[in-house]
Design a protein around this ligand. Structure first.
Ligand SMILES: CC(C)(COP(=O)(O)OP(=O)(O)OC[C@H]1O[C@@H](n2cnc3c(N)ncnc32)[C@H](O)[C@@H]1OP(=O)(O)O)[C@@H](O)C(=O)NCCC(=O)NCCS
Length: 202
């Protein structure tokens, strides 16, 4: 039974809000965006740009319902991963210093560097990149994240493609291992944050 749907474009802002609320307690983003009051809004702003990037890169923005209660951003990667500058520009990320502040941008860049290095080192070409997966906080722990992830993984599996992701939340490692991912690398970030890169072979 298919549960997931493609997110209707007019629901992008609602999906970005879910992503912002869901990642507000993420260890990496707590360091990068230290203002507790502003973090969810800042993350929503970032997520809206990531949604645009996923669309520009012919990826999938999956949702469980129109609300949406759960969102997943998938991007097909056909050559060694690099931050696609033109895409970032078109997605509006160059406004980040004005919207998020210079400290946040510097810290996000510190996080992004080992992400890109691990991604390039460990993910085979081609593969699918699970850029974001999030469930509305009050709905977490009820199987929604697993259901949405499973459908995306089945799509990659049918296409014979590996899947790559990163997380800074150690609780997520066991979650993804249950879905067939293997830890390929760990990198230390400031503030005792550990970035984990995980791969799932088809
Ligand atoms: C990680 C996430 C997508 C899982 O979706 P979910 O619907 O909450 O999870 P499910 O009910 O399908 O599975 C439960 C498992 O998810 C993991 N999990 C991670 N964070 C969780 C949270 N805040 N609440 C509940 N489960 C969580 C645990 O492994 C949990 O199993 P456990 O209870 O035995 O520890 C969701 O909790 C979330 O959005 N977290 C915040 C954003 C995030 O970290 N996304 C992944 C980034 S790579």
């Amino acid at each position: 039974m298919t549960l997931a749907m493609r997110l209707p474009p007019e629901r992008a802002a609602a999906a970005a809000s879910v992503l912002g609320r869901a990642f507000a307690k993420d260890p990496g983003f707590r360091w990068a965006l230290p203002d507790d009051e502003k973090r969810a809004t800042q993350l929503s702003w970032l997520a809206e740009r990531l949604l645009r990037i996923a669309t520009l890169l012919n990826g999938h923005v999956d949702a469980l319902d129109e609300q949406p209660s759960a969102v997943a951003l998938w991007v097909p990667v056909e050559k060694p991963w690099e931050e696609p500058l033109r895409m970032l520009f078109r997605a509006g990320l160059f406004a980040a210093p004005f919207t998020l502040g210079l400290t946040a941008v510097r810290r996000l860049t510190v996080m992004a560097a080992p992400m890109t290095l691990m991604h390039r080192a460990f993910a085979p070409i081609p593969h699918d990149y699970l850029m974001q997966l999030a469930v509305e906080p009050r709905e977490q722990g009820r199987g929604l994240g697993s259901a949405l992830l499973k459908e995306g993984l089945e799509r990659s599996e049918r296409a014979g493609r590996a899947v790559w992701l990163e997380t800074t939340n150690q609780r997520n490692v066991a979650f993804y291992e249950r879905h067939g991912f293997v830890v390929k690398g760990r990198r230390s970030l400031p503030n005792d944050v550990t970035l984990v890169g995980m791969l799932r072979e088809p």
